[in-house]
Write a protein that binds this ligand. Structure first.
Ligand code: HEM
Length: 260
């Protein structure tokens, strides 16, 4: 019974917390403001859902920012904060900063979709060449799990081939799956596991919510189950093994083209 009623209660409680984007205008970071490798936390700071200076990010601020901008439920946002607090090296820390997220090998990792590997230089600022590599695999107007997964795998192969320090542990893999599915969670159709490519590109390139392209905060509450489900979908789509069906249809196409 509790399982049935809990999401309903949360959706009522948190739907009211969504704040209109008009009351959070985008403002570029200044020279003394911290920013990090997470395009979403940077965006939340640019819109002042999180502190604009990128400092003193507490659990309450994460819960409030993710609830009001993305309609995350409180327990999901609290869990994310708990996973993030390791970024602050102080014992019993109660906050982290966006600068602390830059440290390679804590939360920041190799083979990002839009950042260079630490081995090659700056690992936290948006990198157009890396993002162009990612976008090669976004082959439709609507991104699906296969396109997102293909870009993830391609970035890993590129890193593994050219970065002698390439590191990608099982823990990184689970974080990475969450990150690659994040655009669907923030901007897409969670049921269909798809998202408009233009919204995602705008978000990465500007670290700004794509309201001018028609996006607004989803009305359904996001919980941990949604994140786990989408991570699993991206994980499955990352496999390079297909069913025999796909092989048969490729052969048929080739036969048709007179190749055999
Ligand atoms: C407290 C919450 C969060 C923390 C501490 C956090 C931290 C990070 C960090 C450290 C990275 C860099 C990983 C790498 O090296 O590639 C990252 C990447 C990313 N994050 Fe977050 N994040 C948080 C929440 C979110 C949320 C809510 C979203 C969107 C729904 C999001 C979207 C992304 C995306 C798309 C990337 C991949 C960037 C890339 O590969 O270039 N994050 N995050």
């Amino acid at each position: 019974m509790r399982l049935i009623f809990l999401p309903v209660t949360l959706s009522i409680a948190l739907a009211a917390a969504i704040e209109p984007l008009d009351s959070h205008p985008w403002q570029a970071p200044g020279p003394n403001d911290f920013r990090g490798p997470c395009p979403m936390l940077n965006t939340l700071s640019n819109h002042q859902f999180l502190p604009h200076d990128g400092r003193n990010i507490t659990k309450d601020k994460v819960i409030s920012a993710m609830g009001s901008a993305l309609n995350f439920n409180e327990s999901l946002a609290a869990l994310m904060f708990q996973m993030a607090i390791v970024a602050n090296p102080s014992k019993n820390a109660t906050f982290f900063t966006l600068e602390q997220l830059q440290v390679h090998g804590v939360l920041e990792h190799d083979a990002s979709l839009s950042r260079s590997d630490a081995f090659f230089g700056n690992n936290y600022v948006f990198n157009e060449s890396i993002f162009n590599e990612t976008k090669l695999y976004w082959t439709g107007e609507t991104l699906d799990a296969n396109m997102l997964a293909n870009s993830k795998v391609a970035r890993q192969i590129s890193s593994k081939a050219f970065n002698p320090n390439y590191t990608f542990t099982p823990t990184v893999e689970s974080f990475s799956l969450g990150e690659v599915s994040a655009p669907i969670i923030a901007f897409g159709d969670m049921q269909a596991a798809t998202v408009r490519r233009d919204l995602v590109e705008y978000f990465f390139e500007n670290e700004r919510f794509p309201t001018e392209l028609g996006w607004s905060t989803r009305t359904e509450v996001v919980n941990i189950d949604a994140i786990l489900r989408l991570s699993e979908i991206i994980g499955n789509a990352s496999s390079l093994i297909t069913s025999s069906e796909a092989v048969v249809s490729t052969r048929r196409r080739d036969l048709h083209a007179g190749i055999y």
